[in-house]
Design a protein around this ligand. Structure first.
Ligand SMILES: Nc1ncnc2c1ncn2[C@@H]1O[C@H](COP(=O)(O)OP(=O)(O)OP(=O)(O)O)[C@@H](O)[C@H]1O
Ligand SMILES: [Mg+2]
Length: 463
């Protein structure tokens, strides 16, 4: 299990949340417990300090306390008539200091030891004296002349607290270990559906691209992902089929010209012929090769379009694009006795794209408009501005496209109504090139056509 896996992340997250919560709760509980255990001790220390304060200042018991700034203090705790202050066996330790911290007197119970003092001392604190834990109060007397320090051996209380701390922290580590274990099993069962999906995906190969992941068995959170995956699979399957069909169509298209060339060569070589016959055979071969070369060019264009980098598109002036396409085809239109007209506005119109590709697109459309036209017919190329969009209209008075074929004409190697276009040369690649270039430029294509009623292509450039 790598640290980058979902399982590891779930466990780390789970344990971290638990750790933060449990450590917080434990610290709170330990403080609370300390308070509960030490509060009565503190109260009793305070009471002792107050009592000693009273005792020192009482008139009945003779403790001579002179002015703090005077020569001497004469306080003798052994003279206190209460055992607790005077006995060497007392569990309480007493000590008197001046406000500046000078030691004046201490109880016998302290022996040679003395309670520590520093200016920064807190009122209550736990100290360690000769290896024992003592709870200490630093109390300033009522007359503000003395610091009365009272301490009590809290070894037992501290032991209890330490034992509790140990129990709490071991429980904490145990709970964290259990939650890591729980995290492991929870994540394992939560990720189980992913493993199932993985198995299903593994079973999909190029031979069964029509297989899909069963969305019914997938948890809701993963449904969208799997549906997208299935859609992607469908797109891939179609692309794969298209590729396959493309290769078979290309082979098919090349088969005829190759057999024509082969036949011409065979006939020419069968016996000695005169130069006229050789010339005729070579001319046929040349025509066929030029047809093959135009097919190869179109195929190269199709493959080039797959690799176009849109980031290099720049501002292109539309009229100049149309004019270039017009110039390229004007001669052909004249040859076919077609009236080719260009009607473009004087104002420059800029669109974002690649000029060569845009010219290629219009050449294909105008070429079709000329090719699938009737003798003496017309082709009109116009530009219209519709709000923020620019529409280029290419209309012809040709043979038209029947309604059921309009959608199909953009498919690779599709040629509508073979009988009507049988005398026209072509491979059925022109419009698929047009469609790809339009897609790259975000151009919408609409067709208005019906058989024998001419065709109009609308190219909508959105801004
Ligand atoms: N302006 C049009 N009028 C009538 N039919 C058209 C027109 N444009 C396209 N078509 C029909 O759509 C089919 C596909 O056109 P496309 O340009 O893709 O191929 P093509 O012209 O046959 O061959 P290619 O352009 O590859 O030389 C054509 O065969 C034709 O039947
Ligand atoms: Mg064409």
């Amino acid at each position: 299990m790598s640290l980058n896996s979902i399982k590891a992340r779930i466990i780390v997250l789970y344990v971290s949340i638990m750790a933060v919560f449990l450590i917080g709760a434990s610290i709170f509980f330990i403080f609370y417990l300390k308070g509960v255990v030490l509060k009565p001790v503190d109260l009793s220390l305070l009471k002792k300090a107050e009592a000693l304060d009273k005792l020192i200042n009482s008139t009945t018991i003779k403790f001579e306390i002179f002015n703090v700034y005077g020569k001497k203090f004469e306080i003798d705790l052994s003279k206190a008539q209460l055992w607790i202050y005077s006995s060497v066996y007392s569990k309480y330790y007493f000590q008197l200091r001046t406000l500046s911290g000078k030691l004046i007197e201490k109880s016998k119970s302290l022996g040679k030891l003395s309670l520590p003092y520093s200016n920064r001392m807190k009122k209550f604190e736990t100290i360690k004296l000769s290896g024992k834990f003592l709870r200490l109060v630093n109390y300033v007397d009522k007359k503000n002349q003395l610091i009365i320090q009272v301490a009590y051996n809290v070894e037992n209380e501290i032991n209890i607290l330490e034992r509790f701390e140990l129990i709490i922290f071991s429980t904490l580590f145990f709970i964290l270990f259990i939650s890591a274990l729980a995290g492991f099993f929870v994540s394992k069962s939560a990720l189980e559906p992913i493993n199932k999906i993985k198995e299903q995906i593994k079973a999909i190969t190029e031979h069964n691209l029509n297989k899909r992941i069963d969305v019914g068995e997938v948890p809701d959170e993963l449904k969208d992902l799997i549906e997208s995956f299935n859609t992607l699979l469908e797109r891939l399957r179609k692309a794969f089929l298209r590729e396959k069909r493309f290769i078979s169509d290309v082979s098919h298209e090349l088969k005829t010209p190759i057999s024509v060339i082969q036949m011409q060569c065979e006939i020419a070589l069968r016996k000695e012929r005169d130069s006229k016959e050789y010339k005729k055979a070579l001319e046929t071969i040349e025509d066929t090769i030029s047809l093959m070369s135009s097919l190869v060019e179109k195929m190269l264009m199709v493959s080039r379009l797959e690799r176009v980098d849109k980031s290099v598109f720049s501002e292109v002036e539309l009229s100049s694009v149309l004019r270039s396409a017009y110039e390229l085809l004007k001669g052909r239109a004249d040859e076919c006795d077609i009236d080719l007209d260009l009607n473009i506005p004087n104002d420059p119109i800029f669109v974002k794209g690649d000029k060569t590709l845009l010219v290629e697109m219009f050449v294909n459309l105008i070429d079709n408009a000329i090719k699938y036209n009737n003798k003496g017919g017309c082709v009109l190329v116009e530009v219209e501005k519709l709000g923020s969009s620019v529409v280029v209209k290419i209309s012809d008075t040709g043979i038209g496209i029947s309604e059921d074929e309009v959608e199909k004409v953009f498919e690779e190697f599709y040629r509508a109504d073979k009988s009507r276009s049988k005398d026209k040369e072509g491979f059925g690649l022109g419009l698929s090139i047009v469609k790809k270039i339009a897609q790259l430029h975000g151009i919408e294509i609409k067709i208005n056509s019906s058989a024998n009623a001419g065709t109009t292509f609308y190219l909508v450039f959105k801004s």
